[in-house]
Design a protein around this ligand. Structure first.
Ligand code: BGC
Length: 743
């Protein structure tokens, strides 16, 4: 611990270090323990309820209070009436917006646009800061390969590189160059680590993550957030290799502190210290406090195990005072960084109309860039108003202002939501008659009585927009589903409306990938919109009428059916990889066929070996053609840089943006390597009929991974490389990394 403390101090300016040391030297043990205690202060009268405890220095941070008056009152007690005047941290889950809501994180991830993701986080920070919040619990960079897990909505996809790039962008957006700017707030990368691997996609469940996967899949996005300067890390609720993450010394001390040198704050997840007893790793809360403190959790989020037991633990020598001083120093360091000692109230100016509108424009752009076009037969989209007399707008998500926001929107101002129905009416004007039928009250409803009206509206209209999906409450924390098909009677609704014989466009708003296969053939076009946020309607109207062109790409693999899960693009090859030729389906098996194990490969008899849609997939209203993949060399040495270029042509009729993806495969390694790994991506806008050259560079570091001996580095050998528009296609080339090559 002494080492960690020294490192802390090295990273801090000397004056801050002296300030913190002096402050700590003046603190009583109770005051020190108070600096580790975060409480839930959500009650309207929290200012009265917790004033005494704050006055005694017993609370370091509050959570879930966003009433400025209450926050300021408590802050006033902290800075003016407590003995040492130490200000409070004010935490809140600001996940994808505050009053104005951007798309879900998984939607933002579909944009593959770090600048846009950064801008959304910056806006959220500003709006939250106005309410007095100075610490958010985002980004969530848990890798998730299981869409049953409700929190897939909150993740940045299944790929460590993409999630790391976007997580880092969020950190920059929340914190800015200088987090003491009152318009910025401290970020928190969560949940360290492996939470997304909860078995069976059931929240809070045990995880099974081998070291190799931990290092190469689950840890890298956290490291990217650290490199972006994230102020804090939250522990995972999960059991990791038999030791719950919140008491796991290997994860929190060895990896986070010692290997990575993280000197920011580690906060437990909600009540997670106490839950060590529930896990059955400790007998009592006192043992739990000891375990978490020793592992490296600085802040106890709401379980009060530290405030109840640390004093005893220090007296008995089970936890050292030096250790507690280190914990306190890190928390004070965050308070200094936030500028709280100089400006505890961090006032941000009132929201002006123009600032609010800029925020709405931003989240509209984010929504446009988050909607993935999955299917567009006969180019049904975009619709042309001049060729349209009437439009049927059907489905439970067409006019659902709250549900279009998705999960984690405690502070949303729903009056800012513009629904698709409203936006389509505005956009279509008087010349297009819109027939609206909700058909189902909610996405879960099984009441089909209004289907007749829906079919009649469809039959009477030139085209049908069917707004389906999951209402917000069906995803998010503890909202996992075992069956991830369209809930309720929505599949029946698709089939009923299909019978009207009109062009049928499905717009799906959901917090997770849904198993769409049963309805895919019946839909002519599909826009997968996730939960797009406040400006869902205008964004979708722009896409539907071609004022905007879809550019988003899936940040997760879409399974055909639940039984394929986990299915992800960066899988291992196995000793018996499936190919199109090797797959045989149930109906291909002759009755009475003899059993054999020759030539058998890895697939399901009822699902084959491919997903419904691969990672990175997304269509446009134009066509992009890739050609002339060129590598600067076939063989590189460790110091070399490989230049890659490809020509990209927009061969369609509209200007559009393509997300160009570069993947590699390391053919042979000291540990088996994924069949593909995303290494680079870029968004590029190309005018209709034009071509552009896209360039990438790879260096040794891009080829590096955690090897069998746990060291990190690249291994010489052959590599495949693809550049293309998704993880299942692309132009292919090869190169080699050789030890003996020098330039
Ligand atoms: C969640 C965290 C969240 C915390 C505080 C927990 O239940 O897992 O992600 O930040 O609550 O609200």
């Amino acid at each position: 611990m002494a080492d960690a403390l020294d490192r802390d101090h090295e990273a801090m300016p000397a004056s801050t270090q002296t300030f913190i040391e002096t402050l700590i030297s003046r603190m009583t043990l109770r005051e020190k323990i108070g600096q580790l205690n975060q409480i839930n202060a959500s009650e309207p009268d929290a200012a009265t309820l917790y004033a005494d405890e704050v006055r005694c220095g017993g609370i370091t941070a509050i959570i879930n209070q966003v009433d400025r008056t209450v926050i300021d009152a408590l802050q006033k007690v902290a800075v003016e009436e407590s003995r040492l005047g130490i200000p409070l941290l004010v935490g809140r889950d600001v996940i994808h917006g505050f009053e104005t809501i951007a798309p879900l994180p998984i939607g933002q991830a579909s944009s593959w646009n770090p600048d846009l993701v950064e801008a959304c986080a910056e806006r959220a920070a500003l709006d939250a800061g106005r309410s007095g919040v100075n610490w958010t619990f985002a980004p969530m960079v848990d890798i998730c390969r299981d869409p049953r897990w409700g929190r897939v909505a909150e993740c940045l996809g299944e790929d460590p590189y993409l999630a790391g790039q976007l997580g880092a962008a969020m950190v920059r957006g929340f914190q800015g160059q200088d987090v003491s700017d009152p318009g910025r707030i401290a970020a928190c990368a969560k949940h360290f680590v492996g939470y997304g691997a909860s078995e069976g996609g059931r929240d809070y469940n045990t995880t099974n993550i081998p070291e190799n996967e931990l290092r190469n899949i689950f840890l890298p996005p956290f490291k990217a957030c650290l490199d972006a300067g994230v102020a804090s890390i939250m522990t995972s609720f999960g059991d990791f290799d038999g030791v719950p993450a919140t008491g796991n010394e290997y994860l929190l001390d060895q990896i986070l502190r010692q290997e990575w040198g993280f000197d920011g704050v580690v906060v437990s997840d909600w009540d997670a210290i106490h839950q060590l007893c529930v896990h059955g790793i400790t007998e009592t809360d006192c043992d739990a406090a000891e375990m978490s403190a020793r592992a490296g959790v600085d802040v106890d989020m709401v379980s009060r195990s530290y405030s109840d037991h640390l004093e005893t633990l220090i007296e008995s020598g089970k936890v050292s005072l030096e250790q507690v001083d280190g914990m306190v120093a890190r928390i004070l360091g965050l308070k200094v960084a936030l500028g709280l000692f100089n400006d505890p109230y961090r006032r941000v100016g009132e929201e002006t109309t123009s600032s609010r509108n800029r925020g709405l424009d931003l989240v509209k752009q984010a929504a446009i860039e988050s909607v993935v076009l999955l299917k567009n037969d006969e180019r049904q989209l975009p619709l042309t108003t001049s060729k349209l007399n009437s439009l049927a707008v059907i489905g439970p998500m067409a006019d659902a202002p709250m549900d279009q926001l998705g999960t984690w929107v405690f502070d949303a101002d729903v009056s800012r939501s513009i629904t698709p129905l409203r936006a389509l009416r505005d956009r279509a004007g008087d010349n297009v008659k819109i027939r609206h039928v909700e058909a189902l009250d909610t996405t879960r409803s099984r009441d089909t009585r209004a289907f007749g009206d829906a079919v009649a509206a469809a039959a009477a209209s030139d085209a049908v927009l069917l707004f389906l999906g999951e209402e917000a409450i069906l995803s998010g924390e503890a909202h996992c589903r075992a069956d991830i098909s369209l809930p309720g009677a929505q599949e029946d609704l698709v089939r009923a409306v299909r019978a009207a014989g009109k062009p049928l466009i499905g717009i799906i708003m959901a917090g997770r990938p849904l198993t769409l296969e049963p309805v895919l053939d019946d839909l002519d076009a599909v826009l997968y919109a996730w939960h797009p946020g406040s400006m869902a309607g205008p964004a979708l109207a722009d896409l539907i009428f071609g004022d905007a062109v879809p550019s988003a790409k899936l940040p997760v693999t879409f399974p055909k059916m639940v039984g394929q899960i986990p299915i992800y693009y960066n899988q291992k090859n196995t000793g018996r990889p499936a190919t199109d030729e090797s797959v045989c389906l149930i109906d291909d098996i002759a009755v009475g066929a003899e059993q054999t194990s020759f030539g058998m490969t890895a697939f399901h008899l009822d699902a084959g070996h491919k997903p419904l849609f691969p990672f990175g997939f997304g269509l446009s209203y134009t066509n992009f053609e890739y050609s002339d993949l060129n590598l600067s060399r076939d063989v590189i040495g460790r110091q070399d840089c490989l230049d890659i270029s490809v020509s990209l042509t927009n061969s369609g009729q509209v200007d559009a943006t393509e997300i160009v993806q570069l993947y590699i495969r390391d053919r042979v390694g000291s540990v088996t390597r994924p069949v593909r790994e995303l290494k680079k991506f870029t968004r590029i806008k190309i005018a209709a009929g034009q071509s552009r050259t896209v360039k990438f560079q790879l260096t040794e570091n891009d080829l590096a991974f955690t090897r069998r001996d746990r060291s990190f580095g690249a291994e010489p050998g052959r590599f495949d490389l693809w550049v293309g528009g998704d993880s299942a296609s692309g132009l292919e080339a090869q190169f080699a990394l050789r030890e003996d090559v020098t330039t």
